[in-house]
Write a protein that binds this ligand. Structure first.
Ligand code: PTT
Ligand code: SF4
Length: 626
C-alpha cells in the first residue's frame, strides 16, 4: 500500500502489550482513514452495550492518508470511542505532533483497550512500545504533564495527555496537546482516564511511503503558496475564528445566558478586535501556515489560547464580558482537560438553576470568582461540580422541574456556540450531527442567513447533506484541517491531487462522496445499535428552549423554531439520506453502501425497513414544510 502505512498498533493496557496489525487495503479504500477507520473499528470490535468507562471500551487515535506529509494543515488526528457522555459514537479532531510521529512510526491508527493497574504513559518509538509508570504524573495538569514529558523525551516527539478532568472521568473531559490544542468533546479524555492512561508519547523516524514523492513535494509548495495568496489570509492570521463573535452578535446567534438570548451587551469587549489588543502571538497545529490559535495574556498574566467557541461558551453564555478573565477560564479548561463548550453549557445551566432557585448554591451570571471555583469543582467532581461533571442531560434529569427544556444538548452532547432560535437549518445540523450538538459536520448558519433564516425547505436539507458529506465525511476521514477549504476557499480538487500523489489512486468526487456517505451512515447505525429500543427520532430534535421560549432581546426578538416545520425538514432529511422515518438507515441504503454485513447485525437489534415508500414525498426545491 502507498500513502497508507497499512498498519494499526493494538495497545493492550491490561497486559502492557502492543501488537502491530496489518489491515486489508479494502478498509483504506472504503473508509479512507480517521473517522472512517474509527467507526469501522468500533463497529467491528466493540461489543454492543459496552460501558464506555470500562476496560472493554476502545479508544482510537486515527490519522489519514495525508497526515504527516508536508502538506498544508495535515498535522491532525481523530480521537474516537464510545462516548461516556452520550452513549453513542464520539470523536474529536486534534492538531498535534503525535499525528505526524504516528505515521512516521509506521502506524495509521492506535487502538487502545484494557485498563492499566497503575497510571501509565505509553511511549512508542518506531516499532518499540514501552509502558512507563506515570504515578508521578497523575494529578498534574495537561500542561505540566506535557512539559515534564517533553523534558524527558525531547522536542520532536508528539504528546497527547489528559489533565485532572480526564483522570476524574468528567464526562466531557478531552485530550490535550501542545498547550492549547484540545479534542474529543464527548469525553474522550474520560475514556483515557478510565484506562489509567495519562499520556501517549510517540516518536517516528521513517518516511511515509508515497506513490509520487517528487510530485507531492511540488504540490505541497504550490498548496502553501496558494493559501498565502488568498485575500482572506491576512485578516485570518489576525483573528482566526474570533471574528465570528462580531458576526454572531450582528446576526442574533450569539449564545447568551444559557441560550436565552442571542445578543450580548458586552459582545464587543470579547470580540475579535478586543482580542487583538491582548494578543501576543499565533499558535497552531503542525504543518500549518494558517496558525489560528490566538495566544493572549490572560487576567493572571499567563498565556491562553482563544477561539470563537471557547470565548463564547465561557463568556457571553455565562454572562462574562471581560476578555482577559474569559481567557483565564479557557486556560483552566485546557489545563484540566475539559471541553470548553460543554463546560460553558454546564455552568450556564447551573447559573440558570441557581437563579430559578432549583439549587441551593448562589452563582451569579458573570461572577468570575464563582466561575473559577466551579471549574475546579467540576474537574475534581466536588459538590455541585460532581453533578455538572455528568453533563447537562444527566444534571437536568436529576434536577427535574422542567430543567430538561433548557439543558442545551442533543443526544447528551452540549450545543456549540450558535443560537438557533432563528436558524432552522443550523438546528437541523445540530440535530443530525454524528456526535451530538456540534458544528463540526455542518456549519450552515452563515449560509442560512444569506438564503433566508425563516424558511424550512428542501433547499436547506439538500445543502445540509452536501456540507455534512464534505465536512463530517471527507475532512474527518482525510483528517486534514477543513479551514483552508471553508475559510480560504482552497478547493477540494487540491485534495484529490494530494490523494493521487500519496496513494496513486484517482478518487473522483463522487467516489469520495460515497465513502463519506458510508462513514456517516455507519456512525448512525452505531448509535442505533447502542440505543436499541431506546432509539427514537426525538433524539434528532434540538433543545426545547429554541421552540418554546422566543428570543427576548435584539433585532430578532420574538423568534423561535416551529416544531412541526422542523419535523417536516427532518422527514425530508431522512428521505435524502435513505433512512426511514425513525432515522434508521434502510436495508437498501446499507446494501448500496456495501454495508451488508453491518445491516445483518443491526437487524438483530432493531427491525430494519426494507424499502418503505417514504412517508413524505420529497417536495420540489424551495417548497416549505409542512
Ligand atoms: C472542537 C471544539 C472547538 S471547535 C473548539 S474551538 W473551534 C473548542 N476548543 C477547545 C479548546 O481550545 N480547549 C478546550 N479545553 N476545549 C475546547 N473545546 C472546543 O472543541 C481546533 C480547530 C478548530 S477551533 C476548529 S472549529 C476546527 N475543527 C476541525 C475539525 O473538527 N475537523 C477538521 N478536520 N478540522 C478542524 N479544524 C479546526 O480545528 P473537537 P484543535 Mg479540536 C483550546 O476538538 O473535539 O473536535 O472539538 O482541535 O487542534 O484545537 O483545533 O472555533
Ligand atoms: Fe490547526 Fe488552525 Fe492550522 Fe487548522 S488552521 S491546522 S486548526 S492551526
Amino acid at each position: 500500500m502507498l500513502g497508507w502505512t497499512g498498519t494499526f498498533l493494538n495497545v493492550d493496557l491490561t497486559k502492557h502489550k502492543a501488537v502491530p496489525e496489518q489491515y486489508p487495503e479494502a478498509l483504506a479504500l472504503n473508509f479512507l482513514g480517521g473517522r472512517g477507520f474509527a467507526v469501522k473499528i468500533l463497529w467491528d470490535r466493540l461489543k454492543q452495550g459496552t460501558d464506555p468507562l470500562s476496560a472493554e471500551n476502545k479508544l482510537i487515535f486515527a490519522t489519514g492518508p495525508l497526515t504527516g506529509i508536508g502538506l498544508p494543515n495535515s498535522g491532525k488526528l481523530v480521537v474516537a470511542s464510545k462516548s461516556p457522555l452520550t452513549g453513542g459514537y464520539g470523536d474529536g479532531n486534534i492538531g498535534t505532533l503525535a499525528s505526524v510521529n504516528m505515521r512516521k512510526a509506521g502506524y495509521d491508527a492506535l487502538i487502545v483497550e484494557g485498563r492499566s493497574e497503575v497510571p501509565v504513559v505509553v511511549y512508542i518509538k518506531d516499532r518499540d512500545t514501552e509502558f512507563v509508570d506515570a504515578k508521578d504524573l497523575w494529578g498534574l495538569s495537561a500542561f505540566e504533564t506535557e512539559a515534564q514529558l517533553r523534558q524527558k523525551y525531547g522536542r520532536a516527539v508528539g504528546i497527547v495527555s489528559i489533565g485532572q478532568g480526564g483522570e476524574n472521568q468528567v464526562k466531557f473531559a478531552n485530550v490535550v496537546s501542545q498547550g492549547g490544542r484540545a479534542g474529543g468533546r464527548p469525553g474522550m479524555g474520560a475514556v483515557m482516564g478510565s484506562k489509567n492512561l495519562k499520556a501517549i508519547v510517540i516518536e517516528g523516524t521513517a518516511q511515509i511511503p508515497l506513490a509520487d514523492p517528487e510530485g507531492m513535494r511540488k504540490l505541497a509548495i504550490d498548496g502553501y503558496r496558494e493559501i498565502l495568496a488568498k485575500p482572506q489570509y491576512p485578516f485570518w492570521k489576525r483573528q482566526g475564528t474570533m471574528s465570528t463573535v462580531e458576526w454572531s452578535q450582528a446576526n442574533s446567534s450569539l449564545p447568551t445566558f444559557n441560550y436565552r438570548q442571542a445578543v450580548f451587551e458586552k459582545a464587543e469587549e470579547i470580540g475579535g478586535f478586543a482580542m487583538e489588543k491582548i494578543k501576543v502571538s499565533n499558535r497552531g497545529c503542525p504543518q500549518c501556515n494558517m496558525t489560528c490559535g490566538n495566544v493572549v495574556k490572560d487576567s493572571e498574566g499567563e498565556d491562553a489560547e482563544l477561539d470563537y467557541e471557547n470565548v463564547i461558551m465561557l463568556g457571553s453564555n455565562v454572562g462574562l464580558g471581560n476578555l482577559a478573565q474569559v481567557s483565564t477560564l479557557n486556560r483552566m479548561a485546557d489545563e484540566f482537560g475539559l471541553d470548553s463548550i460543554s463546560l460553558g453549557n454546564a455552568i450556564g445551566f447551573a447559573m440558570e438553576a441557581s437563579e430559578k432557585g432549583l439549587i441551593e448554591e448562589k452563582i451569579e451570571w458573570g461572577d468570575f470568582e464563582s466561575l473559577k471555583q466551579l471549574i475546579k469543582d467540576i474537574a475534581y467532581r466536588r459538590g455541585l461540580g460532581a453533578i455538572l461533571a455528568e453533563g447537562v442531560r444527566a444534571a437536568s434529569e436529576l434536577l427535574g422541574n422542567g430543567s430538561g427544556d433548557w439543558a442545551m444538548h442533543v443526544k447528551g452532547l452540549e450545543v456549540s456556540a450558535y443560537d438557533c432560535h432563528a436558524a432552522p437549518g443550523m438546528a437541523l445540523a445540530y440535530g443530525t450531527s454524528s456526535i451530538g450538538a456540534h458544528h463540526k459536520d455542518a456549519w450552515v448558519i452563515t449560509w442560512e442567513t444569506k438564503v433566508g433564516r425563516a424558511s424550512y425547505d428542501q433547499v436547506k436539507v439538500d445543502h445540509l447533506v452536501e456540507v455534512q458529506l464534505v465536512r463530517g465525511g471527507f475532512f474527518e476521514a482525510l483528517v486534514s484541517c477543513r479551514f483552508p477549504n471553508n475559510q480560504m476557499g482552497f478547493e477540494l480538487e487540491w485534495y484529490q491531487k494530494y490523494l493521487k500523489a500519496a496513494t496513486g489512486k484517482d478518487f473522483t468526487l463522487e467516489e469520495l462522496n460515497e465513502i463519506s456517505n458510508r462513514i456517516l451512515t455507519l456512525i448512525r447505525a452505531f448509535w442505533v445499535r447502542e440505543y436499541g429500543e431506546k432509539w427514537s427520532r426525538n433524539l434528532d430534535v434540538p433543545p426545547a428552549r429554541w421552540f418554546k421560549e422566543p428570543l427576548t432581546e435584539g433585532a430578532l426578538k420574538g423568534a423561535a423554531l416551529d416544531l412541526e416545520k422542523y419535523n417536516g425538514m427532518l422527514d425530508a432529511y431522512y428521505v435524502k439520506r435513505g433512512w426511514d422515518q425513525r432515522g434508521i438507515p434502510k436495508m437498501s441504503t446499507l446494501r448500496q453502501l456495501d454495508l451488508t454485513e453491518e445491516a445483518k447485525q443491526l437487524g438483530t437489534f432493531v427491525k430494519l425497513t426494507e424499502e418503505n415508500p417514504p412517508l413524505v414525498n420529497t417536495p420540489a426545491r424551495n417548497t416549505p414544510f409542512p
